[in-house]
Design a protein around this ligand. Structure first.
Ligand code: B12
Ligand code: SF4
Length: 500
């Protein structure tokens, strides 16, 4: 039987997480095909490693997982080189970038198939069909090119994570010691990255999860999650968990059950949620979650402006008032809210865009007043192809276009776009982008993130003192002194780029 090589391109400079995407894909073919993993995070020259494996003639398929941003730096040139050096190898891409930008990926000529969303049934089905030379048109979640045209098959129901095969941690450990995947973070010295659900039931118009999951969510049972976590705790000594779900807290019942189980294990944990969902949680549930080790929760606050929240299709119930109330409420339970804001959404005129940003800055400062522990993450709005949404229609009408050529995604400006730092959207002038960035610099200086555990108390004190005047007096322009300190002295790590 032909072998499969699974590649996780480099995504972080340190604190490498368990490569859950590729591991879940490996689980789906485990026992059916022999597979090999190459993790770009753990290799100094991953291409050399890939080449060595490919020269062992029985590897016929290479699967890449690709999210936008830095992973493209290895994904694109490596796929190109594999096509040149090993033209008989079939290349299959999956992950958020591949699914959302499938046209550029397939038109490149070096990627043969794209798995659109979960690969749990599509990937083994595709490999089987290719091995047997049978038709692929009936396989769900697949995108491919035939006779010069791109075909997209229908989406299957979400996989039931209670039934999908367990992740092959032991096999991964044979390739790369699992030990080194348990990072020292704000949560604990040995932090496990765990993914317990697919999708999200909402349809926020700026979110890349929407075109892939189409407002569906399916979670693993609390008991299974607990059992998985315990396996890693007992064998490898995990003492904290980062839940990598898009929306971990969708079900209060599941969260409470999990909290009851994990409470006695003395583990700290973190996950992502919605404010309107969690504001409906009972006080007893929030208390239990806190007692069970939940230290911080990431929320998409987005903006304090109710009209913009509506335009973002933020589920219909989130409001500026609620965002503030909830930050204050979480303080009582000693859970840190990590609020993310999306600044720079389209408006009818440049003046209105600027006005909105000024109001958002004011609002973020209000959040800090009601709960100074709130961690603030600022993104500049970078469009995702959520076809049919009002916001995306506005984006297209403005003349914005995604690159057509896959290689263009490697250009610096598109990397900044992916990192949601500079979105290249026609309505954002350099002045506006600078304003957002300068405010972010001053804010991060006055309130350095607690998640950067390498920062020394003296560094926090100095930068806070230096930025106080600027923060208090709304003077954000040209904060070069703070930028220099953050870059050269503190080496400030933004949790949204590198993780905790
Ligand atoms: C972990 C993670 C990271 C880690 C990477 C960790 C690592 N491996 O070292 C860190 C923190 C570094 C990171 C950073 C970024 N990330 Co990130 N990240 C995630 C996160 C939370 C989990 C990924 C994961 O493990 N999923 C679990 C697996 C099981 O699910 P999956 O990836 O969807 O895989 C399934 C399918 O997609 C498919 N599939 C995936 N790969 C493959 C491959 C093959 C061959 C096949 C057949 C199928 C297949 O099958 C899988 C099983 O069903 C996701 C959100 C999420 N919940 O997925 C965001 C996410 C992927 N990240 C995202 C982004 C934008 C980024 C950044 C680029 C920007 C940012 N500021 O957030 C940065 C920069 C990244 C960098 N340095 O490269 C976005 C992508 C959005 C988009 N526009 O497409 C997501 C969706 C978060 C979000 N909701 O916005 N990230
Ligand atoms: S709630 Fe979060 S994950 Fe869900 S669609 Fe909105 S932004 Fe995306």
């Amino acid at each position: 039987m032909n072998k499969v090589l699974l590649f996780n391109p480099r995504s972080a400079n340190n604190k490498f997480r368990i490569p859950n995407s590729i591991l879940q894909v490996a689980a789906s073919i485990d026992g059916l095909f022999e597979w090999i993993i190459v993790d770009g995070n753990r290799e100094t020259d991953p291409y050399e490693k890939i080449e060595t494996y490919l020269k062992q003639a029985d590897v016929k398929y290479v699967g890449f997982t690709v999210m936008p941003g830095p992973q493209l730096k290895q994904a694109i040139p490596f796929a190109k080189k594999i096509k040149e050096d090993f033209p008989n190898i079939q290349q299959i891409w999956g992950g958020y970038f591949a699914s959302n930008q499938y046209k550029a990926v397939l038109e490149s000529g070096y990627v043969d198939y794209v798995i659109n969303g979960p690969g749990d049934t599509a990937f083994p089905a595709l490999l089987k069909a290719l091995e047997e030379n049978s038709p692929i048109e009936g396989i769900s979640n697949l995108i491919f090119k035939k006779d010069g045209k791109i075909f997209k098959t229908k989406k299957a129901d979400l996989p039931d994570l209670n039934k999908t095969p367990a992740l092959p941690y032991l096999k991964l450990d044979n390739f790369y010691s699992l030990d080194k995947y348990l990072g020292n973070t704000y949560l604990g010295t040995r932090t496990l990255a765990y993914h317990s659900s697919f999708g999200c039931p909402f349809t926020c118009s700026f979110c890349a999860v929407v075109p892939i999951y189409e407002a569906r969510w399916k979670g693993k049972s609390a008991v299974l999650m607990y059992e998985d976590v315990m396996k890693i705790k007992e064998r490898w000594g995990a003492n904290a968990i980062e839940f990598h779900d898009n929306n971990f807290f969708v079900s209060e019942k599941r969260t409470v059950e999990f909290a009851q189980l994990i409470k006695k294990e003395n583990m700290k944990w973190w996950g992502e949620a919605r404010i309107d969902t969690m504001h409906k949680y009972k006080d007893e549930s929030l208390q239990l979650i806190a007692d069970a080790g939940c230290k911080m929760i990431f929320f998409g606050a987005e903006t304090g402006n109710d009209d913009v929240l509506k335009k973002m299709d933020k589920g219909g119930t989130q409001t500026g008032k609620q965002i503030l109330e909830f930050a204050a409420r979480l303080k009582k339970f000693n859970i840190v809210p990590e609020y993310s804001f999306v600044l720079g959404t389209p408006a009818d005129s440049p003046e209105l865009v600027m006005k909105q940003i000024d109001e958002d800055i004011e609002f973020i400062k209000k959040v800090k007043e009601v709960n100074p522990d709130t961690e603030i993450i600022i993104y500049v709005y970078s469009p995702v192809p959520t076809e049919g949404s009002e916001m995306y229609d506005k984006v297209l009408a403005s003349g914005f276009k995604f690159p057509v050529d896959l290689d263009d995604w490697l250009k610096g400006e598109w990397e900044n776009f992916d990192l949601r730092k500079n979105p290249l959207t026609p309505w954002l002038t350099a002045e506006i982008v600078n304003k957002i960035k300068n405010f972010e610099t001053v804010l991060n200086a006055y309130y350095p993130t607690v998640s950067d555990i390498r920062m020394k108390p003296i560094q926090r004190k100095v930068i806070r003192t230096l930025s106080k005047f600027r923060y208090k007096n709304n003077w954000y322009a040209f904060p070069y002194e703070l930028k220099a300190l953050q870059k050269y002295w503190i080496r400030y790590r933004q949790p949204e780029v590198q993780g905790f």
